[in-house]
Write a protein that binds this ligand. Structure first.
Ligand code: SF4
Length: 324
């Protein structure tokens, strides 16, 4: 690990001035410290934001919830409002990482965690995300955990978060403060980027931007499910995961808010799939048609070919459970 300077921020302006001098932001550090030890990321300066006042979970006037960026994954999963009104989020959080990691990992950091592509962490291998222009060892390599949707010729990595998948299905928004102190809000579906020609750019954040919170809208009518398929029952990233908020009225699907993990460079949501489901009678045929829409542009990479039938089966199974 290379030497670095460390500074503890007391205010947002401390963060802004440190960022202006090139400091990387650290909160729980559950991903960043690993990346620094492996010399995948080599910041010369860190600014620690854990003393900032961003740890509150507050109800909003319209029945939603504002989650401070420094709320830990454990605290958010244990919050009784989340457990009772947004249970898909509590379940997604508890399916991520391990108890120890969830005690340190924060809401903002969870959104910003880097891919778990093996080659990204191996500095002896080419990786366009770590070193733009060097190539992608996963294409033609071992790519069991990689993307089947939205990938590019530059990068086929997946986003590892469970929390973000549930938040996407719930229609969350991300609150951001820039280095000049200006606030803005970005829908979570626009926050993460597909790899395209610049896989090193993973979100809409600009240098000096700080996530200050995430806002969940008021819960909607419907059954909430989070299903995660992985190689181990614990402490493993999703091969395929689905967050679902599904409502049925008069035996027809009235709502189908669905987000997918393990399939793409970002938590994935497909408006065409949801539109196709809404208004349809609850039936295997409707579920099959939805899976066709989800997977129509899927591009497997060899070792991850299994994700296509797996995603189909998980989607149909989740829809059956949600509409029973
Ligand atoms: Fe790097 Fe992306 Fe290729 Fe993995 S898939 S080696 S992260 S460029």
């Amino acid at each position: 690990m290379r030497p670095f300077d460390y500074q503890r921020a007391r205010t947002l302006s401390d963060v802004a001035s440190a960022a202006q001098q090139g400091a990387a932001i650290i909160a729980g550090g559950t991903n960043l410290l690993d990346l620094m030890k492996l010399e995948v990321m080599t910041p010369e300066r860190l600014v620690d934001i854990t003393r900032l006042d961003l740890k509150a979970i507050e109800e909003t006037d319209d029945g939603g919830l504002r989650v401070g960026a420094l709320v830990t994954n454990s605290d958010l999963a244990a919050d009784m409002r989340v457990r009772t009104r947004w249970p898909v989020l509590a379940k997604a959080l508890l399916s991520g990482a391990s108890g120890q990691l969830r005690n340190k990992a924060t809401t903002g950091g969870n959104l910003l965690q880097r891919t778990r592509c093996y080659y990204f962490y191996d500095t002896a291998m080419p990786c366009n995300k770590r070193e733009p222009g060097s190539g992608c060892a996963a294409i033609g390599g071992f790519n069991r955990i990689h993307a089947i949707l939205g990938a590019s010729e530059k990068c086929i990595a997946t986003h590892p978060s469970d929390m973000a998948v549930a938040m996407l299905a719930l229609g969350a928004k991300v609150e951001i403060t820039d280095r000049a102190g200006n606030d803005r809000t970005v829908s979570l579906d626009k926050f993460h980027l597909l790899p395209g020609d610049t896989p090193e750019k993973e979100t809409v954040l600009e240098p000096g931007d700080l996530i200050t919170g995430v806002v969940l809208p008021a819960p909607v009518q419907g059954r909430q499910i989070y299903r995660k398929v992985r190689d181990r029952a614990s402490y493993a990233f999703a091969l395929v995961s689905i967050a679902a908020v599904v409502d049925v009225k008069d035996e027809k699907i009235a709502r189908a808010d669905l987000a997918f993990g393990g399939l793409a460079h970002k938590p994935w949501r497909d408006a065409a799939l949801e539109t196709a489901l809404v208004g349809k009678p609850v039936s295997e045929a409707a579920f099959d048609a939805a899976a066709d829409i989800l997977l129509k542009d899927a591009k497997p990479q060899g070792s991850n070919d299994f994700k296509i039938p797996l995603a189909r089966r998980v989607l149909i199974s989740v829809l059956k459970e949600a509409t029973r």
